[in-house]
Design a protein around this ligand. Structure first.
Ligand SMILES: [Zn+2]
Length: 211
């Protein structure tokens, strides 16, 4: 993985503290998941874990750490690959019959919805996704994966087979003490709107995506 000025140590971020709130069934087109809700007092945000199957045997769990993307996850945006990755990972968990998707409420690689839309505005004028975040005064990626720790502990998950194209995510989780035993690629369709975004993620953020 290339080291550059965009890297920040996961240990430099504050360790997230979550409190478990409740659990319910969540039927989806692919399976009926158990939806576990957690609250983060420091930010007032609610984070979710969609779980399928039993984890008590300790075997590595097929997992996705999905950071919220309102435009991609809920509004069908084609500017990014988030909605397609969300759907593909839930389908893969359902096919395997066992796995977990953590839905982390850190929109726009951690800069929030409005700042993400401001970055989109800059991208409409020609900037790429990394340049736009920097022009707004943010790091290209401000996500804090320590959010995952209390959720994984609550679910008794000790090892992950992680669905991701992002080696930084594996590095961050490993630094936090999470045992990632395997990376499972999560490749989704390119379109005319997300092609440059995917290329920038590959070139500047080290994502393992074919051009
Ligand atoms: Zn997105």
């Amino acid at each position: 993985m290339p080291q550059n000025q965009f890297d920040q140590s996961a240990s430099a971020l504050p360790q997230a503290v979550l409190e478990y709130a409740t659990t319910c069934d969540l039927p989806t087109p692919w399976a009926t998941f158990r939806l576990h809700a957690f609250t983060e007092a420091a930010t007032g945000k609610e984070h979710l874990a969609m779980a399928l199957g039993d984890f008590e045997d300790g075997a590595p769990v097929l997992a996705r750490m999905h950071s919220e993307c309102l435009t991609g996850d809920a509004l069908f945006s084609q500017r990014c690959d988030c909605g397609a990755q969300l759907e593909a990972s839930l389908q893969m968990i359902a096919t395997e019959g066992r796995g977990v998707l953590l839905y982390l409420r850190q929109e726009g690689r951690g800069i929030g919805l409005l700042n993400k839309l401001r970055a989109y505005h800059l991208q409409d004028g020609g900037a790429d996704t990394v340049e736009a975040n920097q022009e707004l005064g943010f790091l290209p990626d401000q996500r804090n994966y320590s959010l995952a720790l209390p959720m994984l502990a609550h679910l008794h998950i000790t090892a992950l087979r992680l669905m991701t194209n992002n080696p930084r995510k594996i590095n961050a989780l490993t630094q936090l003490g999470v045992n990632v035993v395997e990376r499972i690629p999560l490749l989704v369709q390119r379109n005319t709107f997300n092609s440059r975004y995917l290329d920038t993620k590959a070139a500047k953020l080290g994502h393992l995506i074919k051009s």
